[in-house]
Ligand binder design. Structure first.
Ligand SMILES: [Ca+2]
Ligand SMILES: [Ca+2]
Ligand SMILES: [Ca+2]
Length: 303
């Protein structure tokens, strides 16, 4: 056998430090040749790249991990391949196993807000007939609304995935005109990317005594009935500390009768972890051979 047996690069982890840095790990290769085995690290900003001298950033490594902090760009995806080389034959294993990493700065806690697009973008993903109405909002004019709804609907308005710190708190404003007792609105949370949803207790203002709604939300307290003026509702998200979550406003109607809908605005989630930006270490680029080869695919945006 001329080449080492090597499973390739395994992990690329963001160091989340003030200077952009990624930690790479792999498991040791084996070889029938005398060795010694060393490892070479290749990096590209493009997926599916071909390892070669022009993208070799480290070589001759004896260990099974390395920290790369040379010329990394904050928030950008960097693609890596690691190959094992036998010192006797000079052959490497030739793998193309690519792992991607994105360097960021230290994580800070911030408040995530969505006012349906009055400031910044409206970020909820909406199942029709949920939409952003240009008028009728709480503090500002824009608002998430179902409008007058159809029968047998089970439709959600969902936040992007958010990484929670400890003791996060959800609050939002809502008004509603939902067929009392029969149709329902419920606020839910998922910690597995939307695969399963758990009801959040937000201080529901109404009660439903029927179970024939399309989402089958069950009996109990919901947004059900009518209150045409906005009030604030809230729930603790402390039980989901450290997790990636999505929040959903789930609307459920039954087979007859309807109202003018459900309005959601001025959503706020405290203690969401927000990755900061990191600084590119430029001086070390030259240690990695970037002074030669093709550099036309590289750009650098300063802070
Ligand atoms: Ca608004
Ligand atoms: Ca009210
Ligand atoms: Ca109904």
């Amino acid at each position: 056998m001329d080449a080492p047996v090597f499973a390739g690069l395994e992990t690329v982890t963001d160091a989340a430090s003030s200077t952009c840095s990624l930690d790479l790990t792999w498991s040791a290769a084996t070889t029938a040749c005398p060795g010694p085995i060393t490892y070479s690290v290749y990096r590209s900003m493009t997926a599916g790249f071909t390892p070669g001298a022009q993208n070799l950033v480290r070589s001759g490594l004896a260990g099974t991990q390395v920290t790369d902090s040379s010329g990394l760009i904050s928030g950008a995806e960097h693609y890596y391949i690691v190959r094992a080389k036998d010192g006797t034959t000079g052959n490497d294993d030739g793998n193309l196993d690519e792992v991607v990493g994105t360097p960021t700065g230290p994580v800070t806690l911030g408040t995530w807000t969505d006012d349906a697009g009055d400031t910044g973008a409206a970020l909820l993903a909406l199942d029709a007939p949920w939409s952003v109405d240009a008028t009728g909002g709480n503090f500002g004019p824009k608002v998430y609304a179902t409008g007058t709804y159809a029968d047998n609907l089970c439709v959600g308005a969902v936040t992007p995935s958010l990484h929670l710190g400890s003791n996060a708190q959800l609050s939002f404003y809502s008004a509603y005109d939902i067929e009392d007792n029969w149709d329902k609105g419920e606020v839910q949370i998922s910690s597995n990317g939307g695969g399963a949803w758990t009801r959040l207790e937000v201080g529901y203002p109404g009660t439903a005594t029927n179970t024939s709604d399309a989402c089958n939300l069950g009996l109990g307290d919901f947004f059900s009935g009518t209150d045409a003026t906005f009030d604030q509702y809230s729930a603790s998200l402390a039980a989901w500390a450290g997790q990636d979550v999505m929040i959903r406003w789930q609307f459920s109607s039954d087979a007859a009768e309807n109202g003018t809908g459900w309005w959601i605005d001025d959503i706020s989630i405290t203690n969401v972890e927000v990755p900061g930006t990191c600084d590119t270490v430029t001086g070390a680029v030259f240690l990695d051979g970037f002074e030669s080869g093709t550099t036309s695919n590289w750009s650098y945006t300063g802070p």
